[in-house]
Write a new protein. Structure first.
Length: 262
């Protein structure tokens, strides 16, 4: 059984004061929910990490960074390292978000170095994978996903791959009016699991979580969670208010209970 995941990336939102308000509201909204079967994460901007770590302490919510450097320290102006994230209270780190690739020139070769560092210090990587609209149109989505994943995990022993949360985020579906269709999501998640099966074996493929992100809302989330190979939701805008994320956490908790009973 794979533990389902409910996560949100705040992107460049929620400074210190807003982070405290969000954490207080989210804690009270999810206090009565049974979240014991799921993992919940929030990814604040760097300056809010420590505040959020204290504000969520003792709750089911863990925090993570939205990016990091592959070195521990040094002359890398403007960068944040894995040990710094750990010290700030992070359990997770997001890597290869579409906006990092699009606006900051990140490549999966750099992501591989970051993932390696994250794994070596015990941060859980949330590895984003997704095709562009042109790649989808050319029927190349699965080939692109395979190349991204295999580049990023190159050098990791198969046995450690299930520690990584794979986040399928079609780059054409992020920040849009609608998510990818459930049928399309089902095909890509199946393809991603098959890539894991082929390169890392059945056991790794069965254990590794593959979550979906891209215009998820409390309204479309339930149908997406019904898909067999979807192990959770990664939400942007619809979770930037605590109320929205609380609804997502509830959906994922209910889906986890349904899967346990099935
Ligand atoms: P939206 O939910 O706003 O489309 O953002 C998704 C995302 O980027 C998750 O990483």
């Amino acid at each position: 059984m794979r533990r389902l995941v409910a996560g949100t990336g705040w992107k460049m939102n929620n400074g210190i004061a807003d982070s405290i308000r969000y954490a207080e509201e989210l804690r009270s909204r999810i206090a009565a929910m049974d979240t014991s079967a799921i993992d919940v994460y929030v990814l604040p901007p760097f300056t809010s990490l420590t505040t959020a770590a204290y504000a969520f302490d003792g709750s089911p919510v863990a925090i993570g960074g939205q990016n990091m450097h592959w070195e521990d320290s040094g002359s890398w102006t403007g960068e944040i390292s894995a040990p710094m994230l750990l010290e700030a209270g992070c359990r997770y780190v997001e890597l290869a978000h579409s906006e990092r690739l699009q606006h900051f020139g990140e490549t999966y070769e750099l992501v591989r170095r970051k993932l390696d560092k994250a794994m070596s210090v015990g941060l859980i990587p949330i590895l984003c994978l997704g095709e562009l609209a042109e790649e989808k149109a050319a029927g190349r989505a699965d080939e692109v996903l395979a190349s991204q994943m295999l580049t990023a995990i190159d050098g990791q022993p198969d046995t450690r791959v299930p520690e990584i949360i794979m986040a399928y985020e079609p780059r054409w579906a992020i920040g849009m009016a609608e998510a990818a269709s459930p049928g399309y999501i089902a095909e890509r998640h199946r393809a991603l699991r098959n890539i894991l099966r082929k390169h890392c074996g059945d056991e790794v493929a069965e254990k590794t979580r593959i979550i979906y992100g891209g215009s998820v809302t409390p309204e479309n989330g339930k149908d997406i969670l019904e898909i067999e190979d979807v192990d959770g939701l990664f939400v942007g805008r619809a979770a930037w208010k605590a109320e929205g994320f609380a609804r997502i956490v509830e959906l994922v908790s209910e889906a986890a209970r349904r899967k346990q009973l099935a």
